[in-house]
Design a protein around this ligand. Structure first.
Ligand SMILES: NC(=O)C1=CN([C@@H]2O[C@H](COP(=O)(O)OP(=O)(O)OC[C@H]3O[C@@H](n4cnc5c(N)ncnc54)[C@H](OP(=O)(O)O)[C@@H]3O)[C@@H](O)[C@H]2O)C=CC1
Ligand SMILES: Nc1c(N[C@@H]2O[C@H](COP(=O)(O)O)[C@@H](O)[C@H]2O)[nH]c(=O)[nH]c1=O
Length: 597
């Protein structure tokens, strides 16, 4: 299984990294077991949700070689015993030689190596990790430490082509979505929740809104609150509803309440000004109603003034205060403003089977400035669930970013190109041939001469031509031979790609059986030939030293980086590897020269 981890340093390993190899059967068996234990770890990791304030979710399952669960654990709150240590305690003697499943790489926040030490001391033989730690300063170090102690560590996602493992990895991403957002954006993870009637109103035209959704739905809302660092509403909701915004399940975590109000034209008496159990923060425009600000302060309500009171500024502020997860329970005006400033990641809508009517009655989202239905924002990964009489529809406005593939993890980057410091590197994107660095694209018009058949050489109009044709090389079928010729003589790289892909889809029997094993190698050879043939391309490649190269293809999730960074970026990786080879050669020749002198 070690071959599954991404080691791009030496070409012989390339084909092993491409996975679907001879012992498929064996692997599939492992994949299913690994996937189910990782999912279990992800589920466990969420057990403290609602009970403690949002924190990174860690779960650990220890399984015996025969596949039985020996022990489990999850991190209960910040500063409590690590999941791994709890699981090791529960499993006792059964740890020796077992496999530990972690939804996420441990983060050694306090320098005591508690999680890793527990696993090492217990004699765990193998560790499977769902995702690497998303925070830069922790990412990769626990994995490196365990490997350096001889433990086999497998990270999902570095084994991309198995559907079950991808599903399990997705669970790991979802369960720590807020933390992942923390790692790659400057705002906390935000969820917009509203309750509306079947005719799309969030209140009667009078403004009365108690209640649209059922009691059961409202209990679910308390749960959502319990999983958030803060609940936020606008001034109008305070005036209209006088909400309490507490998580009234008797116990557990209660979020801070935030009110955004420009005017500070707010009541003297409001439930939110009672801060005996939970705190309230009012975010307002600098200089608004100073006397009222004093009044709030006397009540114990914190007032924060902003030069520009808008959702983005406010969210950036709370990000800096360490908030991971925010629940927006505002009306349509503020919701629209939050959506347009791009701070809402997920939407949760309770739809009650009621009709209230009213052409002036408010709706969940106010003006977004869109004029055509084609501009509508589409939710991703939508879920539908019945809650009592209501329907709960939820989905993402922005996918959970997947940090792993595009920017290889610290270890992987180092293995691909030791000269790149992942903490200081910039990213160079390339895709269309006419853009800056467009010559890195496989569509660039740089013919290559490559061996064909036994010792015959042929010229291919582009790397793409060569790569596509190779899918059908060596197959004993005249139709396969035709394909090769059609691709070789295709007028453009685009047409070569089109023929190659459609033939592969329509007539998979024409594709060489070892294609998945050799495709990375084939690509690497073609790239090497291209960059060695054209000195100016080699110079351009060398000039990018220190940067991470990413093919910005939005569709190709294997060779490219994908639209949201979800792709594996193998083309970028191979170019970085080639670059590092060239850098190595030039330093060797420089050494030789100095010796000769
Ligand atoms: N069914 C449901 O799920 C819910 C229903 N409601 C209902 O919605 C109605 C209120 O809707 P609505 O007025 O939209 O709600 P909000 O009060 O939640 O949002 C508008 C208010 O937010 C404040 N605000 C501060 N900064 C901004 C900004 N940049 N952009 C926009 N607003 C900002 C302003 O307060 P200020 O005026 O003080 O400056 C503004 O009046 C009520 O009838 C309430 O009952 C509300 C929440 C949920
Ligand atoms: N009317 C309405 C909701 N409205 C939201 O709940 C807030 C009231 O919270 P609290 O004072 O804590 O009960 C209110 O201000 C608004 O944000 N929510 C729902 O799930 N269903 C409903 O029907």
């Amino acid at each position: 299984m070690a071959a599954l981890s991404l080691r791009l340093c030496s070409p012989p390993l390339l084909c092993r990294a491409s996975l679907s190899n001879g012992d498929n059967h064996h692997h599939h068996h492992h994949h299913a077991t690994d996937a189910s234990f990782i999912k279990r770890a992800a589920d466990l990791s969420e057990k403290s949700a609602g009970l403690t304030s949002p924190h990174p979710n860690f779960g650990c399952v220890i399984a015996t070689p025969s596949g039985k669960i020996a022990g489990e654990g999850y991190l209960y709150a910040q500063g409590t015993k690590p999941a791994e240590a709890l699981a090791v305690e529960a499993a006792g003697e059964l740890c020796r030689g077992s496999t530990a499943y972690l939804n996420m790489e441990p983060g050694d926040c306090h320098g005591d190596h508690a999680a890793v030490s527990a696993l090492l001391q217990a004699g765990v033989g193998r560790v499977v990790v769902g995702i690497r730690h998303p925070l830069k300063h922790l990412r990769g170090s626990a994995i490196r430490e365990m490997r350096s102690h001889g433990v086999e560590v497998n990270v999902l996602g570095e084994d991309f082509q198995s559907k079950v493992l991808e599903d399990a990895r997705k669970c790991c991403l979802l369960v720590n979505a807020p933390l992942i957002h923390r790692a790659c954006s400057r705002v906390p993870f935000s969820l917009l929740k509203y309750a509306m009637t079947l005719d799309g109103k969030i209140a009667a035209s009078s403004g009365h809104a108690a209640w649209i959704s059922s009691k059961l739905s409202r209990t679910r809302v308390f749960e959502l609150r319990g999983r958030s660092d803060a609940v936020i509403v606008g001034g109008n909701t305070v005036r209209q509803d006088d909400p309490r915004l507490t998580a009234r399940h008797g116990q557990g975590h209660t979020p801070t309440r935030i009110v955004m109000s420009q005017s500070l034209d707010l009541p003297e008496k409001a439930n939110l000004w009672d801060v005996s159990d939970v705190s309230t923060i009012v975010a307002t425009q600098r200089g608004a109603r100073k006397s009222y600000q004093k009044f709030l302060a006397s009540k114990g309500v914190e007032v924060v003034e902003f030069d520009m009171l808008n959702p983005r500024e406010v969210m950036e502020y709370f990000h800096l205060r360490g908030y991971l997860s925010i629940l927006w329970e505002c009306g349509g005006t503020l919701a629209a403003s939050a959506i347009s400033s791009g701070v809402i990641h997920k939407v949760v809508a309770f739809i009650a089977p009621k009709i209230i009517g009213g052409s002036k009655a408010p709706s969940p989202v106010g003006e977004l400035g869109m004029v055509e239905m084609t501009q509508a924002l589409n939710l991703i990964d939508v879920c539908y669930e019945q809650v009592g009489p209501d329907m709960l529809v939820s989905g993402f406005l922005q996918p959970v970013p997947d940090l792993l593939p595009v920017i290889p993890s610290e270890d992987a980057t180092f293995e691909i190109d030791p000269s790149v410091n992942p903490f200081e590197s910039s990213i160079i994107f390339f895709y269309k041939t006419w853009d800056l660095y467009g010559s890195f694209s496989n569509f660039s018009p740089h013919p290559i001469r490559m061996p064909y058949g036994d010792d015959d050489y042929r010229t291919w109009s582009s790397v793409e031509h060569y790569y596509q044709a190779n899918k059908f090389v060596g197959v004993e079928n005249p139709l396969a031979h035709d394909c090769v010729e059609k691709i070789r003589t295709a007028k453009s790289p685009e047409e070569a790609a089109l023929i190659g892909r459609s033939k592969q889809r329509q007539q998979p029997e024409l594709v060489r059986s070892d294609w998945e094993d050799v495709k990375i190698e084939v690509m690497y050879m073609a790239l090497k030939c291209k960059f060695s043939t054209y000195p100016h391309l080699k110079t351009m490649l060398l000039s990018t030293a220190g940067s991470v190269l990413v093919e910005a293809s939005p569709h190709d999730l294997f060779w490219g980086g994908g639209r949201e960074g979800e792709g594996l970026n193998y083309l970028g990786r191979l170019l970085m590897q080639l670059r590092s080879e060239y850098l190595g050669e030039s330093s060797v020749s420089a050494e030789n020269t100095s010796l000769a002198l």
